[in-house]
Design a protein around this ligand. Structure first.
Ligand SMILES: [Zn+2]
Length: 168
């Protein structure tokens, strides 16, 4: 199946799945034990240290080899304001993940999922949330759903999953 080009993707919030759709899809994107373990090791190694962009770059490098797309080159992970507002995004043309200004594990997993599954939002949301939930059950339990996003209570303007853009 050909990968849709960015201008075939409907723009705006409505292209994101609902919480119900994501929860229904999560079992289909259940992360493998290897993936969960790799994230868990990374989590334990970083305990007590701040979450940085460098750690997130390392995270993608470590997880990629356990994804179903491991035969393909791992995406590059960069920090730059390609979208003009420093949002998380995945750019299929260059196989590059752009990290937003605020380091976020779920957002990084979400963009890595785009590199694995393609441009559709449902797999990206379902995979990233299922993997986060498996390794960070207590943090997950404290998050609140806001549309397709999970946010920290009282921080509704700071989504943990991203509202990313696909620059044309
Ligand atoms: Zn996405």
């Amino acid at each position: 199946m050909p990968t849709p080009t960015p201008n075939q993707v409907p723009q705006g919030f409505n292209r994101y799945p609902t919480r119900e759709q994501i929860e229904l899809a999560m079992p289909l994107y259940e992360p493998s034990q290897d993936l969960q373990q790799a994230l868990d090791v990374w989590r334990r190694e970083g305990r007590g240290t701040p979450l940085t962009h460098e750690r997130l770059q390392d995270l993608v490098r470590r997880l990629w080899i356990f994804t179903t797309a491991r035969e393909k080159p791992a995406p590059q992970v960069v920090v730059s304001s390609v979208t003009g507002n420093n949002e998380y995004c995945y750019m299929p043309a260059t196989n590059t993940i752009n990290l937003g200004m605020k380091p976020s594990i779920i957002s990084t997993l979400h963009e890595m999922a785009h590199a694995v599954y393609g441009i559709e939002e449902l797999p990206a949301c379902a995979f990233s949330i299922a993997l986060f939930k498996a390794v960070y059950p207590r943090s997950f339990a404290k998050l609140e759903w806001k549309g397709h996003m999970l946010v920290k209570p009282g921080m509704s303007s700071t989504p943990i999953t991203s509202m990313e853009a696909y620059p044309t």
